[in-house]
Design a protein around this ligand. Structure first.
Ligand SMILES: NC(=O)C1=CN([C@@H]2O[C@H](COP(=O)(O)OP(=O)(O)OC[C@H]3O[C@@H](n4cnc5c(N)ncnc54)[C@H](O)[C@@H]3O)[C@@H](O)[C@H]2O)[C@H](O)CC1
Ligand SMILES: [K+]
Length: 512
């Protein structure tokens, strides 16, 4: 599904009202109606509802909810965390429709605290404090209202988005409502599916409020990757297929002490459907890798018996690249200066789809402009936040503060694909396309998971998937396989090889 930022949603609103003549009041009425339908579903009979409203249109939605619930036989108490004169526009119209007597204004600190009993005795609390208009840290009476709502006990329905959650990033701005259910309008927001926002959202319901499809279709957004989004991307196999039909990928990896990374990348490529896999490793380590892999072929590269790749003659590289469809460079490579030089040379000479992972990324981080001279038509980088920070020359905090922006800006500037790993991995294409991955779990926080992903990606590229598709399938499949493992063994002690071995089952579950 497509997810959008709050700013984009407000532009959708504007276009709907100004270009398509749909009154804002109608949108607000439909928004409130959608919330009431969800409340009716949540609570099997009428009862007592408390609406806690802010001064903007999120509050306006809340007033519509209060009026409609009352018309449906509910006892409703509405508390407004603002002064009446602060409320205008469509929200004011609906405040008036509700009638003064039905509303208690609690604009000063401590005032809402006098009504804790009403909050505790409610059958449902409606959070209509802040929506996509949230602009800064929540403090003062709004923060007080949020903590009272969170402490009250009854189920909480958040209007549009839990108050305090940034619709663009999912970050908590100071404090946020923990909702059991969130009813949002027309399109889900990034903040609903990104951490920590997703844990505050509860279950999410997207309701139609009469915004024309051509407006939502035209709006810029990110693709949230779920099984239904990936299923149609996976190609079934022709009965007449043979191993040549599924490409031959080359993985350049490994150094003393890090032979496991090379093996997991190669074995994961096998498990992701590559026709042939060749693993190029430092010659002195080749016997080890011969033992750690079976289906993958190993190719010893000169290492002067050092246990890491040196800046080999181009002839060795050309020979390794011969007949291949895709290349991955990096798992366990090490950062010896000669290896770093080799990686940078590969970036500027390899004209095949190329995955740069782990030490391959760190080799480039010292000189990211080498990416501007890349030869590959499809260069995919797979940084975790620390590697992203080194590549972008900023701090991890900077990266994590705006993951989507960090990935998108780096991808567009350098003309590369960026897979920024983490809870809700971000995928950014050089042309601006963006995706957020919905699979995966904390069991993946262990060594080797990145090597598995690198093997998946290079195998998909070798099979001819276009790069953004390979990124989306690969990242989702990686997390989906890990979810299958977690379902069986839990999230503690899950090993990368467990995920590697579950890849075919995960793929099979999707392709049906
Ligand atoms: N098409 C739609 O999605 C529709 C959405 N609706 C609802 O409208 C809100 C957005 O309304 P808006 O007035 O722009 O802002 P909010 O109500 O979210 O915020 C109110 C107001 O609060 C101020 N504010 C901002 N940050 C803070 C803060 N940290 N602390 C205190 N106050 C803050 C700021 O002045 C805001 O204007 C959307 O979420 C939907 O619920 C329409 O009703 C129907 C169509
Ligand atoms: K809200």
């Amino acid at each position: 599904m497509k997810v959008v930022t709050g700013t984009t949603m407000q532009e959708i609103d504007r276009r709907t009202i100004e270009e398509f003549g749909v009154p804002g009041l109608a949108l607000m009425e439909n928004a409130g109606t959608g919330c009431v339908a969800a409340i009716t579903e949540l609570c099997d009979s009428t009862g007592r509802a408390v609406v806690v409203a802010g001064k903007g249109n999120n509050g306006g939605d809340g007033f519509v909810v209060a009026r409609l619930l009352r018309e449906n036989g509910w006892q409703v108490a509405t508390f407004v965390i603002a002064r009446k004169e602060e409320i205008g526009g469509d929200a004011r119209v609906n405040l008036e429709r509700l009638g003064d007597g039905a509303v208690t204004f609690c604009s000063e600190p401590g005032m809402l605290g006098h009504y804790v009993a009403a909050l505790r005795e409610a059958d449902v609390i409606v959070d209509a404090l802040l929506g996509t208009g949230l602009r800064s840290e929540v403090t003062g009476v709004y923060a007080e209202a949020i903590s009272l709502v969170n402490a009250a006990g009854p189920p909480v329905l958040a209007v549009d988005i839990p108050s305090g959650i940034d619709a663009a990033t999912g970050k908590v701005l100071g404090t946020a409502v923990r909702a059991d259910l969130t009813v949002t309008f027309a399109l889900a927001k990034c903040g609903h599916v990104m951490y920590p926002g997703v844990t505050f959202t509860g279950s999410l319901k997207v309701v139609d409020i009469g915004i024309p499809g051509e407006v939502t279709d035209a709006a810029p957004g990110l693709e949230f990757l779920e099984a239904d989004a990936i299923r149609p991307l996976l190609r079934k196999r022709e009965r007449t297929s043979h191993k040549g039909s599924f490409g031959h990928c080359l993985i350049i990896a490994g150094s003393t002490g890090k032979t496991g990374a090379a093996a997991m990348a190669a074995n994961s490529a096998v498990r992701s459907g590559a026709g042939l896999v060749t693993l190029a490793v430092p010659a002195s380590l080749s016997p080890i890798l011969e033992a750690k892999t079976t289906e993958a072929m190993t190719l010893p590269l000169p290492d002067g018996d050092l246990g890491y790749l040196v800046n080999a003659d181009q002839a060795f590289i050309d020979n390794a690249l011969e007949g291949k469809n895709a290349v991955a460079v990096g798992p366990g490579l090490s950062l010896h200066p000669e290896t770093v030089q080799l990686v940078r040379r590969l970036v500027s000479t390899v004209s095949l789809p190329l995955v740069l992972d782990a030490d391959g990324l760190n080799a480039v981080a010292g000189e990211p402009e080498v990416l501007l001279h890349k030869k590959s038509p499809a260069l995919i980088l797979t940084p975790h936040p620390g590697e992203m920070a080194r590549l972008a020359g900023c701090s991890v905090t900077d990266v994590e503060r705006g993951r989507t922006t960090a990935a998108r800006e780096f991808a567009e500037y350098h003309g590369v694909y960026v897979i920024l790993k983490g809870a809700r991995t971000i995928i950014a294409a050089p042309d601006g396309r963006l995706a957020i991955n919905g699979s995966g779990n904390p069991g993946m926080a262990s060594g080797g998971m990145g090597d598995v992903l690198a093997g998946i990606l290079v195998a998909l590229l070798a099979q001819g998937y276009e790069p953004f598709t390979a990124c989306r399938i690969g990242v989702f499949l990686h997390g989906h396989a890990a979810d299958m493992v977690a379902a069986e063994m839990g999230e503690i002690g899950m090993a990368a090889v467990d995920v590697q071995e579950r890849l075919p089952y995960a793929c099979n579950q999707l392709i049906q």
